[in-house]
Design a protein around this ligand. Structure first.
Ligand code: PEP
Ligand code: MG
Length: 589
């Protein structure tokens, strides 16, 4: 499978893990060419009728997609299409189209396209991020209505006859939905971030995906060969025979290992010398519980609740949250789930919550800082969590704690809510464990103080690394500085674990580092009690835990702490891991 075109290796943002090789299908948003066609006065009623028919047909299509997606992927994903239905029912839009039709006497498709373009232009100029985000909804629905007006056949993604890798500038939720379980083996987009809906959906589809490749669509043609490595966020266009071979071997190895690893599903995560380690998984939406169970995790160590607040205009009610939290608690029981209270801000921007634009969003008004300032929102969530606690084994933790005062304030609000519930005779688990995430260096450094006032710690390395090394976690330009193995990071982690154990509480880790196999032996040796990683990382971590003694891991951690740079630590840790588990998919240089 050699190709004369030059090999091109591009780095994007990993959105969904795995490797696939295939032929490119360049998915363009075809622009319909609509001629400016005049109509007679007596044709107006028929044009209005055609418009109304197209609206109805579009509405039926969207209701159908919404239903299918809710069934296959969960109500949370189906929710996106509610925004599309709002666009169709927008009476201002409909009235404007009809009145322009009567005035200009041009074909309905021409008028409609013109009105939609104007809408998009107005939205583009708006300051409100939420409204600007709605452009993709208007675009998506507008194209669908236009397609039905001119009777075009589209939905190419659901009619693919052979297996392809989709390359697109962007994919709308309905595009991603139509490709579900079809012939799409991976996808790649020019725009998008880790937390974009496209990325979230890719994970649920369990196909590799890389986003944020900037201008890939300008470099490829349909039929080109492409490799998508969703684990590392790498795309290779027109790979040489040598590269192809390398990735094919990697893919085969990964598939074989995955199969083998899944056989560990029902075995405990215990070291060779008998130390049991809690191995839990991270989830974004309640439907992810299925994947947690399928990969053999013993519970949920981080349930990120902010996804609940995304893609909607309103704030989720206490009742709605209660239903979701209690459903997760019921499904995962007797194992436990740790619900992380709302962590918006940073790169998770939600304009319905009125968070202003900030110069340094990651250092700004986010997470617990926002919640303490908005007790209305925070207490509704706390009530929902407490109420759900009587349906399974629930624990709760606060994000972004930077010192003990914040922790006390949050706990005071929790006590208020508990009092209210008692007054209302609403049952909850009075012994529910409450923990703090340790993701700010000040919290790590004062972890001895914090440890006296919580039931557990969970180290959020995604943020802890960015704050301690001063490296923006979403900036690709400085990604080389983002080093989990950096001695500063390891020292902070060691401090946190020691503080926890001195105070007699347990300590886990829920940042991506917990799923990084190269770091697993060091973390184990430092005394981490719980690892919580994305479900697909669980089998490998379990395998490592089951292959080593705690004594060996301690010795590796001690050696690592003596090294001077992140690179040295990583190299050493990988070398030792390779000796202990030789057939792991691990590059050691
Ligand atoms: C972290 O910071 O490590 C973490 C788990 O939280 P998030 O990635 O949601 O910021
Ligand atoms: Mg965090």
């Amino acid at each position: 499978m050699t190709t004369k075109k030059k090999e091109l290796i591009l780095k994007g943002i990993p959105a969904s893990p795995g490797i696939n090789v295939g032929k490119v299908f360049l998915f363009g948003r075809e622009q319909y060419v609509i001629p400016r066609r005049g109509i007679r006065e007596d044709q107006i009623p028929n044009e209005v009728k055609r418009f109304k028919d197209a609206l109805l047909q579009t509405k039926n299509e969207i209701v159908e997609i919404k239903k299918r997606i809710s069934e296959e992927m969960g109500a949370e994903h189906g929710q996106i299409f509610s925004a599309h239905l709002l666009v169709i029912d927008d009476s201002m839009l409909i009235e404007e189209v009809v009145s322009r039709l009567k005035k200009d006497k041009l074909s309905i498709e021409y008028i409609f396209q013109d009105v939609i373009r104007r809408y998009i232009k107005v939205f583009l100029e708006m300051d409100d991020e939420y409204l600007r985000e709605r452009i993709s909804d208007i675009n998506d629905v507008g194209r669908r209505i236009l397609k039905n007006l001119i009777g075009a056949k589209e939905d190419v993604l659901s009619n693919l006859k052979e297996k392809v890798i989709v390359v697109a500038y962007d994919l709308s939720p309905s595009d991603t939905a139509t490709m579900h379980k079809k012939n799409v083996t991976a996808f790649v987009t020019d725009i998008g971030g880790r937390t974009s809906h496209t990325a979230i959906m890719a994970k649920s589809l369990e196909i590799p995906a890389v986003v944020g490749l900037e201008s890939l669509t300008k470099k490829v043609e349909t039929g080109d060969t492409i490799i998508v490595d969703g684990t590392h966020g790498i795309v290779v266009l027109n790979p040489s025979a040598k590269t192809l071979k390398k990735y094919e071997v990697d893919k085969e190895r990964i598939t074989a290992i995955e199969k083998h690893l899944l056989e560990l599903k029902d075995l405990p995560s215990v070291t060779l010398d008998g130390k049991t380690i809690e191995l839990a998984a991270n989830i974004e939406v309640p439907e992810d519980v299925l994947s947690v169970i399928a990969h053999g995790a013993a519970g949920i160590g981080l349930y990120r609740t902010e996804f609940f607040y995304m893609n909607r205009r309103d704030i989720p009610t206490e009742e709605e949250q209660f239903k979701a939290y209690s459903a997760v608690a019921r499904r995962i029981k007797p194992a436990s789930v740790i619900i992380r209270t709302l962590d918006i801000g940073g790169d998770k921007f939600l304009s319905q919550l009125d968070v202003p634009q900030q110069m340094n969003p990651f250092l700004g008004w986010r997470a617990i800082r926002f919640c303490l300032a908005r007790p209305d929102i925070f207490k509704a969530q706390l009530r929902a969590i407490l109420r759900a606690s009587s349906y399974g084994k629930l624990k709760m933790m606060y994000p972004m704690i930077s010192g003990v005062e914040e922790l006390r304030q949050a706990n005071a609000m929790l006590e208020d809510v508990k009092k209210d519930l008692k007054k209302e005779s609403i049952p909850f688990d009075e012994g529910m464990e409450v923990g703090a995430m340790i993701e700010v260096p000040s919290a790590a450094i004062t972890s001895d103080i914090l440890a006296k006032e919580v039931d557990f710690f969970s180290i959020g390395t995604n943020d802890l690394i960015q704050y301690s090394l001063a490296v923006d976690r979403v900036n690709e330009k400085i990604a080389y500085l983002y080093e989990p193995a950096h001695p500063a990071v390891l020292r902070l982690i060691k401090t946190v674990i020691e503080s926890a154990h001195n105070a007699g509480i347990w300590v886990g880790m829920c940042g991506e580092m917990a799923g990084d196999i190269a770091m697993a032996l060091i973390l184990l040796g430092l005394g981490l009690d719980e690892f919580s990683a994305s479900p697909i990382a669980i089998p490998e971590i379990k395998r490592i835990i089951r292959s080593v003694t705690l004594r060996q891991a301690k010795e590796i951690a001690q050696e690592s702490m003596l090294l001077s740079t992140g690179k040295e630590v990583e190299k050493y840790a990988k070398k030792r891991l390779k000796e202990i588990v030789p057939d792991l998919a691990l590059e050691v240089d």
